[in-house]
Design a protein around this ligand. Sequence first.
Ligand code: ZN
Length: 158
Amino acid sequence: MTAIQGKVPPIWLKPSVYQALGKHLASALPHEACGVLLGAAAAGGMLIDTYVPMRNVAPDPLHTFVPHPADWISALYLTPPPVGLFHSHPRTLPQPSPADFDGLSGLDDHFAVYLIGAPGSEPEHPFHLNGYNIKRTRIGDGALSFSLIQSQVQLLLK
Ligand SMILES: [Zn+2]
């Protein structure tokens, strides 16, 4: 079991990012949408100020996501580099799947935030968004173990 010391820091989103995530999620349906998040550590958490959508080229885009290699490479060369990854679950809850956990080891150290969206059922909630902090733990033989710690997603009010 993972012990959590103190409070999990929140993930702050600019409203424009929240809107961009919802728009990409909806326009990609029935496929999974994916993209990277830009931002920085802010007082008491991470602040996400930009969303960069990527094309999903998975052989089975209904159930998985694989970023287009060109989109992925250009995202990794952004300065500063992305701090987070977003993707959507068109038909399931926005909770990490076994494949999502497997994919964590492919993310560089600067990825700190993991967001998963899912379509909402009511007009006033067009989509659901869960946020996680990516936690890297050094294990016995020096390898890294990855886990996701759920944290609150907060919208900036301006
Ligand atoms: Zn997933």
